[in-house]
Design a protein around this ligand. Structure first.
Ligand code: IPE
Ligand code: IPE
Ligand code: MG
Length: 243
């Protein structure tokens, strides 16, 4: 069986910051701070590895339900991250995108996100897709609302609604489907993440808490992916003949 090449699109559910801090008797904020350091390492490493798109789940639609103090701290970390990483992204030719209902983040944060997206829009290296205030059900609801409006206003015929049309209304529609989804911290669930685009993703779960996740661990996930048999509903024989 032919081995898989490098995945084009790797997505990461970065989980376990709170538990990392708790294990050390520290407040959760320390885990989040350490988690940002891991984000920086993994973004650089993924870009060097030749991955085309890296999607990072940073803050979910449901995470707004956390204590206000923690939410505020996470937004502040996001501000600091953008401020400290803009230059590196430009130097490394990384295109920065955001997916999610960013109208809900503080104005200064939204502005920083928009500015970095605009500044890096011409970069041709890896795309970093940061998911903030993101929920897959919201994304699908937003897509359906746009389609319904276009149908109601006569811009499209309801008979033309198909998978390709729905896909074209997702956030950042040019992004391909996810090939490899990594979740850290031992949780075996999806938590409302990119439901449409993970339809045929290979899933990789590790017990490592996000702040401890290293470049080596990322490589281990890529290696595991390389050994997977992807059939997309077909038979092994068809895949061997590329039928
Ligand atoms: C992931 O770590 C970061 C975010 C969800 C923002 P958690 O904060 O969920 O850490 P645990 O799951 O409580 O350990
Ligand atoms: C998922 O982690 C969201 C992010 C990693 C940003 P959570 O820690 O919020 O997920 P649940 O609630 O345990 O499923
Ligand atoms: Mg968690």
């Amino acid at each position: 069986m032919a081995k898989n090449a490098l995945p084009d699109h790797v997505a990461v559910i970065m989980d376990g910051n709170g538990r990392w801090a708790k294990k050390r008797g520290l407040p959760r904020a320390f885990g989040h701070r350490e988690g940002v350091a891991t984000v920086k390492k993994i973004v650089t490493h993924a870009a060097e590895s030749g991955v085309k798109v890296l999607s990072m789940f940073a803050f979910s639609a449901e995470n707004w339900l956390r204590p206000a103090e923690e939410v505020g701290f996470l937004m502040k970390l996001l501000d600091d991250y953008i401020a400290s990483e803009s230059r590196l992204m430009m130097e490394n030719n990384i295109r920065f995108l955001v997916s999610g209902r960013t109208e809900m983040v503080p104005e200064r944060t939204g502005k920083a996100l928009r500015e970095l997206s605009a500044l890096s829009s011409g970069n041709t290296g890896m795309t970093l897709n940061l998911l903030i205030s993101y929920g897959a059900k919201d994304e699908l609801a937003d897509a359906v609302r746009h389609i319904a409006r276009d149908a109601a206003e006569g811009r499209l015929n309801w008979r033309d609604v198909d998978g390709a049309l729905i896909r074209s209304r997702l956030y950042n529609p040019e992004l391909p489907d996810v090939d490899l989804l990594i979740r850290t911290s031992g949780e075996h669930r999806i938590s409302n993440f990119m439901l449409w685009r993970i339809a045929y993703a290979e899933l990789y779960f590790t017990d490592i808490l996000w702040p401890d996740f290293s470049e080596k661990d990322f490589d281990a996930a890529l290696e595991d992916f390389a050994g997977r048999v992807r059939r997309f509903g077909k038979t092994d024989e068809q895949m061997e003949n590329r039928g």
